[in-house]
Design a protein around this ligand. Sequence first.
Ligand SMILES: Cc1cc2nc3c(=O)[nH]c(=O)nc-3n(C[C@H](O)[C@H](O)[C@H](O)COP(=O)(O)OP(=O)(O)OC[C@H]3O[C@@H](n4cnc5c(N)ncnc54)[C@H](O)[C@@H]3O)c2cc1C
Length: 487
Amino acid sequence: MSKRIAILGAGISGIAAGSFLARDGYEVQIIEKNKDIGGRCRQFSDRGFHFDMGPSWYWMPDVFERYFNQFGADVNELLDLRRLDPSYRVFFEDGPLDIPANFDELKTLFDSLESGAGDKLASFLAEAEKKYKISMADLVFRPSLSALEFVNWNVLKSLFSMDLFQSFETHTKKYFKNPKLLQLMEFPILFLGATAKSTPALYSLMNYADIKLGTWYPMGGMYELIRAMRQVAEEQGVKFVTDSEIHSFDFRQKEMTSANNGTAKYNADAFIAAMDYRHMDRLLGHESNYKEDYWDKRKLAPSSLLFYLGINKKIDGLEHHNLFFDTDFGLHAHEIYHDPKWPTSPLFYVCCPSKTDPSVAPVDHENLFLLMPIAPGLEDSEELREEYYQLMIKRLESQLGTSIKEHVIVKHSYCKKDFEADYHAFKGNAYGLANVLTQTAILKPRMKHKKIKNLYYTGQLTVPGPGMPPSLISGEIVAELIKKETH
Ligand SMILES: Cc1cc2nc3c(=O)[nH]c(=O)nc-3n(C[C@H](O)[C@H](O)[C@H](O)COP(=O)(O)OP(=O)(O)OC[C@H]3O[C@@H](n4cnc5c(N)ncnc54)[C@H](O)[C@@H]3O)c2cc1C
């Protein structure tokens, strides 16, 4: 008899978990609070503009390829993927710098900023490639429920070659001195939600992902990934229920028997919480896996202030991805991680997908997405949003030498309160927990409830961590765990 699985939350991790289980004969229902599936990777449209709401960097294409292959599908048939070149543009105080996709061109650029830096980049990346490959082969695909999973000679050998106890900052400074190069190397770990000082050098594997594996974009927008995932999930037999928020549960002895939305009860033999982990803990009340003081001590990745803008003209000077590093990098990081407050002089990121994809904006218009990272848990108000909107637009206008403000015909903001309302995000976090050593592998919130035998967790707050590729992998790991424990 096939076993019934109820998955609570239809983000990337929930859809991935459901697809693997349905493929292997389980009867799977995914129950989602919002009207649309996709979680943080949703899309909305307004007056001919199509805005991706969260992710915009399609990195680690190998992970997506591997995912779809396991269902007999080809990612290149499902998605029209384009490698971006330049990968991105960085605005420093003295002007913009393009990061070419071609490695030889990138080496030349590094040499022009610091003599010999091109060869150093090659050796930095050779080392980063080893970390990436070892990590994918030996470390990442583990539920990390016990340290014993890592007690195996090959794995231990791998762990020792991973630079766990050296900081990313110390590591990069061994190779580069030029401040621009150091910032370029540090930028990918901003995704991981911690400073270079507190991130283990292990994560130089992100530089390999950035530079060697490349920055890609699915034509139509990131939501095309969700459409493809949905198609594959439904082909395996997954059933989606949307607009159905889970509020409570029924139990028999040490087992969960149903998840309830107030009117309907979803019965199953096993449950996967694919929603924000801490929200699930709140719903569980006395049965929570972790208490409030545990959550209060977690280091969260940042929240963000976002603007989705429709512009009624083309804007010269922008690429698809644009990083505004034209102010003090260290100060903004300090105001996110050490002295949480709205930033004095923020760095921000502008995505302009209409540079690559005409379908996301009307003809001769531009689609802009502005993202400014902020500390989680800050006060959020319309006044604060507007203050930083004005600041970012002014900086954009002055860097690009063109007017933008009076060309904005569609404007939506999104910040901490929206993350909380839409996803029940703890402190309005955007990307889950920071990837610091004390929150890595077995030190992350567990994939399995300690007492409720048939309750599992997946998603960016458990292993392996935040980002679309790790969330896909998280879904696969939890599915494997359930298969092992229910057969
Ligand atoms: C602004 C932003 C930019 C990002 N940029 C990138 C990027 O460029 N590249 C990248 O790789 N990653 C990026 N990320 C991270 C990436 O989007 C996430 O790590 C990933 O999508 C998380 O997937 P998930 O399944 O863990 O969680 P979610 O996407 O949060 O899914 C959880 C789902 O659970 C639902 N839910 C919550 N409570 C309930 C309930 N009670 N009942 C039923 N359902 C419930 C939610 O509505 C949601 O749909 C970004 C994230 C954000 C927010």
